[in-house]
Design a protein around this ligand. Structure first.
Ligand code: A1EG2
Ligand code: FE2
Length: 312
């Protein structure tokens, strides 16, 4: 088994509320680097860790994480809709391997996913059906959240199980770093919102359009210096990236939900996907970060990072 890793922030506002041309060019160069890295590695399997934004997972039952043996994308924010090319056999093997290692994994035989899963597949592979993938949902918004140590344990178990496959496996993380987009919260929600977050009634096209316009407007406000959202925190984001680069992954066990939220905003917990991916790579042996890019992009409501890593 040969592993590699890409960590990639996502934002549904890419192409909808872009930063200035120079910033955009720097980001595009970093993303092109990740695409070249992936093309060169030519993965036979992608283990994709991504969050959900109340399109697939709801409070009726909210697992801390969940592995899919089949998955369909909803097509939010203009992202691709339809089935992902899930490698069901590999997914089942990984699920068994994770459970055998004592991590209480939830499995979905029909996962609904959103831009969190779709965007990295579009950006790196030009579509959601181009490469065999095992989607792994990591809850990054719906409190209460499990300790980060459990996400590290998940990633480690997935990495150990993946090492038993005779494949080139790319561990791919989607999301983060610090950002505070207007994602609804169950605590204090009015009854109609609470009902939507619990039951997950699919929104009408009008409701979806209205919600998406709200997020685009929030990006404009964030870039204009709105103080109603927790600002992007480059210092914290670089501390997070330093941790991944150093390989001292056990440090994340001390990252409390409260500390992360205060430093990085309500969606900073999306970096749990990165914790899982780096733990997976680390479980296969010592690694080096091969490239590291970071830019605070308020227009996208994103502390935007791109990293690649390979075995040492
Ligand atoms: O779909 C939503 O409600 C949130 C959308 C969203 C906005 C900015 C950055 C993100 O990472 C993100 O996911
Ligand atoms: Fe997100």
């Amino acid at each position: 088994m040969a592993p590699a890793l890409v960590g990639l922030s996502h934002s549904p506002l890419i192409g909808k509320n872009d930063p200035d041309a120079d910033t955009l060019a720097r980001i595009e160069a970093a993303v092109a680097g990740a695409r070249a890295f992936v093309a060169e590695f030519d993965p036979e399997l992608v283990v994709l860790y991504a969050p959900d934004h109340y399109n697939g997972f709801f409070y009726k039952e909210m697992p801390p994480f969940c592995l899919a043996t089949e998955a369909t994308a909803v097509g939010d924010f203009g992202s691709q809709a339809g089935p992902l090319s899930v490698d069901t056999e590999a997914a089942k093997a990984l699920a068994k391997g994770v459970l055998d290692r004592g991590v209480d994994l939830t499995v979905s035989a029909r996962m609904t996913v959103d831009h969190g899963f779709v965007q990295p597949l579009e950006v790196l592979f030009d579509g959601i059906d181009r490469v065999p993938v095992v989607p792994v949902f990591v809850n990054g918004v719906a409190t209460p959240l499990c300790p980060v140590s459990r996400i590290r344990a998940l990633g480690t178990a997935v990495g150990e199980a993946a090492a038993e496959l005779d494949k080139r496996v790319l561990f791919l993380a989607s999301g983060g770093l610090s950002h505070d987009p207007p994602v609804p919260t169950l605590d204090g929600a009015p009854p109609r919102v609470a009902d939507a977050l619990i039951e997950g009634h699919p929104p009408t096209p009008q409701q979806r359009a209205k919600g998406e316009e709200r997020v685009v407007q929030a990006g404009r406000d964030y870039a204009a210096g709105s103080t109603t959202m927790i600002p992007i925190n480059p210092t914290w984001d670089n501390l997070v990236l330093d941790t991944f680069e150093s390989g001292a992954l056990a440090d994340v066990d001390d990252w409390s939900v409260e500390w992360m939220g205060a430093e990085g905003g309500g969606s900073s917990h999306e970096v749990r996907t990165w914790v899982a991916a780096y733990a997976s790579l680390a479980a296969t042996g010592p690694y080096s970060m091969a490239s590291r890019f970071y830019e605070a992009v308020p227009e996208w409501i994103a502390g935007f990072a791109v990293t690649t890593a390979t075995p040492r």
